[in-house]
Write a protein that binds this ligand. Structure first.
Ligand code: CO
Length: 428
């Protein structure tokens, strides 16, 4: 796949993946097009040698794999990324009317840069559960697409004495939805929106998992068009690179892609990296438990999640010898306290995979006097016992509503993961 074609598809993927559910919907489309077959978690699986499959959980996590019989001797090339991004989530009860404005009650999901959520054209997307006239509970995805909500800033004239104060999560974040006419019913609005997609048989809206997102589309930016800006680059960039890599692999090695929800809130859920999803799939594709455990020593996990590129206005925030640059290749992340899973064996394997396809790489370690973030890497590695590495595309403004990355880096990341996926036997 050429870099141009890759970036075109990347922008389309970023634009459509407005919630973890929509990210999985788009991922399924890519996998289906590449010949992957869907499995259901509740069914009995009969797998064919050389075929490719995927299975989803809660419509927000997914595992795709290339099944190769007897792979316990060669192990798995596993890539992990996460489908969720820090944002504002709607609370269950929506009955907020203040000064005649209908507002949305919101809860903060993960750790967004809250100041970036003001004065944006926001929309709503996510999953809804409803009952039918036959008393079945159905789920559907919803995306309002258009800007429908805004969190207006307070005028500077009214906030002169309050500069640089922390954003009040309860008081300041409810967006304005519309001006009240006195008889508003949020669930009725949802019902109307769902029926636009052709679903008619809705008895009652039961509940929802809805998120706000910025409707501004991703752009190629910078005078020399070197940057890509957009929402949720953390971690849709890695999801897309991983998807393309598993679809375009040589299928000689058994590659696996794990896309987990709930990384931004600590991985602990039935669909997060702390849950049993990956281990259960590995167990189901192994003939015996002995084969399963044998395969682990021959396997490796790449945890791909965005990294920090050195910001020219704040370069003192970086360790002087570890300042990743945008457009200079994947960043290998190190942390002595296992906040990142990299060790010298896994970094050597990854560097070799990069060297093979002439992909440059860089290293990142946090300043020694600053706390370090984490990823699904250490969790997935601890859960399975499979060795792992943490890598990522360098970005500016991680967790801002709009992040910036180098336009070359996602393609370089794809090439690096593809080269890793094509390793038949680990060289160690
Ligand atoms: Co992330």
């Amino acid at each position: 796949m050429t870099e141009n074609k890759f970036n075109k598809q990347l922008i389309s993927f970023l634009s459509k993946s407005v919630s973890p559910y929509h990210c999985i919907t788009e991922s399924k489309k890519i996998l289906k097009k590449a010949g992957f077959k869907e499995l259901k978690e509740k069914d009995k699986w009969t797998l064919k040698d050389g075929e490719s499959y995927y299975v989803t959980k809660n419509s927000s996590s997914l595992i795709a794999f290339v099944y190769i019989k007897g792979m316990e001797n060669k192990g798995y090339r596993i890539t992990g990324a996460h489908t969720d991004s820090p944002c504002l989530k709607l609370k269950p009860v929506q009955d907020m009317i203040k000064d005649s404005y209908v507002q949305l009650a919101t809860e903060v999901y993960g750790g967004p840069v809250l100041s970036t959520w003001f004065d944006r054209d926001l929309s709503i997307a996510g999953k809804i559960c409803y009952t039918t006239n036959k008393d079945e509970i159905k789920t559907t995805l919803i995306d309002f697409k258009e800007p429908v909500a805004i969190i207006p800033n307070l005028a500077i004239h009214l906030s002169r004495s309050e500069k640089n104060k922390e954003v009040g999560k309860q008081k300041e974040l409810p967006p304005v939805l519309f001006q009240s006419s006195g008889k508003e019913d949020f669930n009725k609005l949802l019902k109307n929106e769902i029926s636009k997609s052709g679903i008619k048989n809705i008895k009652k809206i039961m509940d929802h998992e809805l998120f706000l997102y910025d409707t501004q589309k991703p752009s190629i930016s910078g005078l020399k068009k070197e940057f890509i800006t957009g929402g949720k680059l953390d971690n849709l960039l890695s999801c897309f690179a991983g998807l393309q890599a598993i679809c375009n692999g040589n299928k000689k090695a058994s590659s696996i892609l794990v896309l987990n929800d709930h990384e931004e809130v600590g991985n602990t859920s039935n669909v997060g990296a702390q849950g049993p999803f990956l281990l259960s799939v590995l167990e189901r594709i192994s003939k015996t438990r002995e084969d399963l455990w044998r395969s682990f020593d021959n396997s490796m996990i790449i945890s791909s999640d965005n990294a920090h590129g050195v910001h020219p206005n704040y370069s003192e925030k970086f360790d002087p010898s570890h300042k990743p640059l945008l457009n200079s290749g994947p960043v290998i992340k190190y942390n002595a306290n296992q906040r990142y899973a990299s060790n010298c064996e896994t970094t050597s394997i990854f560097k070799m995979a990069c060297d093979k396809v002439k992909v440059p790489y860089q290293s990142f370690v946090m300043r020694s006097d600053m706390p370090c973030g984490t990823t699904i890497g250490p969790t997935a590695s601890a859960k399975t016992g499979i060795k792992a590495i943490d890598i990522g595309v360098p970005t500016f403004g991680m967790h801002s509503i709009r992040e910036t990355a180098g336009i070359k880096d996602c393609y370089l990341m794809y090439k690096a993961i593809l080269s890793f996926n094509n390793i038949e036997v680990l060289p160690i």
